[in-house]
Design a protein around this ligand. Structure first.
Ligand SMILES: Nc1ncnc2c1ncn2[C@@H]1O[C@H](COP(=O)(O)OP(=O)(O)OP(=O)(O)O)[C@@H](O)[C@H]1O
Length: 310
């Protein structure tokens, strides 16, 4: 089993503690979203896992061994940290061929990953002419070159067009369904919600959450129901006699706080109230994330309201 294990990991840069006694495990077979405000320590953690930086304390291992002790690291871990890393005077084909040659990876993989990442037609073009999105695809191609068990990508959707964003989402899910360990950092909450099964959230270098996406959303949202009815007057009296209040939203639907769709369905059935629509209103990942990290966001801009209150 090739998991990523971070144990009591700490990294100090002078007086800055970028990573603070961090412990978590990234398991195979699912996509783990790696979230946190700017400066929370996500990139530093990824660099420490890849042995690109030395921890001040603690350990980071892949499949039980530090990155440097893997004999064929690119066949074990594929990573994208910086899409600008490839030299501009090279072509994707020469860049990937050099990586393959120096890591004992068959040359046939170069063509495969170029096709997989949509770069098949531009394999011979100079990288300096590439857009950010194309560089991003090339970085992902390099990460997949060794057909690795573990894939770690820092902001992979950066610069991708809508088609590219859908592609990366499907790719992440596919890699996890093949039993690989997939860790993806992102600031795009809708994106992360669309592909992550599990979340690890950092704030100021510390672990704020490590749980399945569903549990994260459930733990940070109060139950709330949205419904439409042809009998609003009867609904309101039924709610009142059950100690509940409904508020009509601008779209004409009713919103009832502190209750589930199941409970409202039972009340409506008992009172024979005609409902046209009934659903639990779940918190979005963005709402849940902002709620969790509110106190750990060092670079939050003050809003107009903050300024008025000050
Ligand atoms: N090489 C370095 N030298 C000094 N400080 C650093 C270095 N690398 C990171 N830091 C500091 O460590 C902290 C964590 O930075 P890091 O880049 O890991 O955060 P992040 O969560 O990836 O942020 P972002 O979302 O903005 O990319 C920040 O305070 C940053 O300024």
């Amino acid at each position: 089993m090739t998991s990523i294990d971070v144990h009591e990991l700490t990294k100090e840069y002078g007086a800055t503690r970028a990573v603070d006694r961090l412990s978590f495990r990234v398991r195979p077979g699912r996509v783990t979203g790696f979230l946190g405000p700017n400066g929370a320590g996500k990139s530093t953690t990824m660099r420490l896992v890849l042995g690109l930086d030395r921890p001040t304390g603690g350990s980071a291992t892949i499949g039980g061994r530090p990155y440097a002790r893997h004999t064929e690291p690119l066949r074990t871990v594929g990573a994208l940290l910086d899409a600008q890393a490839a030299h501009g005077s090279r072509t994707p084909r020469s860049h990937l061929s050099a990586l393959a040659a120096s890591n004992g990876i068959p040359m046939s993989r170069v063509r495969t990953v170029l096709e997989e990442t949509g770069l098949g037609d531009v394999g011979a073009r100079r990288i300096r002419s590439f857009s950010l999105g194309m560089r991003q695809r090339l970085g992902i191609a390099a990460a997949l070159l060794g057909d690795p068990q573990v894939v770690m990508l820092d902001e992979p959707s950066n610069g991708l067009d809508p088609e590219g964003i859908i592609w990366i989402r499907e790719l992440m899910k596919l890699l996890a369904s093949e039993g690989r360990t997939v860790l993806i950092s992102s600031h795009l909450m809708n994106e992360t919600a669309s592909f992550a099964d599990h979340l690890v959230v950092l704030g100021r270098g510390r672990l704020l959450a490590d749980m399945p996406m569903k549990d994260f959303l459930d733990s940070r949202s109060r139950p709330r129901v949205r419904l439409r009815t042809a009998e609003p007057g009867r609904l309101q009296s039924a709610l009142a006699s059950n100690g509940l209040t409904g508020i009509q939203a601008e779209d004409g639907r009713w919103v009832i706080d502190g209750v589930t769709a199941e409970a409202i369905g039972a009340i409506a059935a008992h009172e024979r109230i005609h409902l046209l629509e009934l659903a639990d209103d779940r918190a979005t990942l963005e709402q849940a994330y902002l709620d969790l990290t509110a106190d750990d966001t060092p670079f939050a801009a003050s809003t107009t309201r903050d300024r008025q209150e000050a």
